[in-house]
Design a protein around this ligand. Structure first.
Ligand code: 5GP
Ligand code: ZN
Length: 115
C-alpha cells in the first residue's frame, strides 16, 4: 500500500497546498493542533529521520530553511512557532514518511502546544 503522503505528492489525494517545488511540498495538516499547522514534506520517501540518507544532507537542510521561510510567509515568524519531527511510533509518529510539523499562530501570551 502506497504511503498517504506519497499519494498527496502524486496528486492522488486532495490537500491544501501552501508551497511546492520539485523536491518538497508543504500542505495544511488535516487535523490542526494549533491555529497554523502545516506539514513540510520531502518528495523522496524516508519512513522517518532514522532512514534519512547522508547524501540527502542538502535536501534535509533545505527543508529546515524553507520551513523558516514559510513561517514568515504564514505570518507566524515574529509571534513564534515550533518545528517538530516525530520519529517512531513511540514519539507519536503515525505517518511513516518523514515530515516536519510547523505549528504556531497562538494568541499573544499563550505558551504554545507541547514541548
Ligand atoms: P505524525 O504524528 O506522523 O508526526 O503526523 C502526521 C500528521 O499528518 C498528523 O498531524 C495528521 O493530522 C496528518 N495527516 C494524516 N493524514 C493526513 C491527510 O490525509 N492529509 C493531511 N493534510 N494531513 C494528514
Ligand atoms: Zn511516502
Amino acid at each position: 500500500m502506497t504511503c498517504i503522503f506519497c499519494k498527496i505528492i502524486k496528486g492522488e489525494l486532495p490537500t491544501t497546498k501552501v508551497y511546492e517545488d520539485d523536491e518538497m511540498i508543504v500542505f495544511k495538516d488535516i487535523a490542526p493542533k494549533a491555529p497554523v499547522h502545516v506539514l513540510v514534506v520531502p518528495k523522496i520517501h524516508f519512513a522517518s529521520l532514522n532512514e534519512a540518507k547522508e547524501e540527502k544532507e542538502k535536501l534535509l537542510g533545505k527543508l529546515l530553511l524553507k520551513t523558516r521561510d514559510i513561517a514568515k510567509t504564514l505570518g507566524i515568524s515574529k509571534s513564534g512557532y515550533k518545528v517538530i519531527i516525530n520519529n517512531g511510533a513511540g514519539s507519536g509518529q503515525v505517518v511513516f514518511h518523514l515530515h516536519l510539523h510547523l505549528i504556531g499562530g497562538w494568541k499573544e501570551g499563550a505558551k504554545g502546544y507541547i514541548v
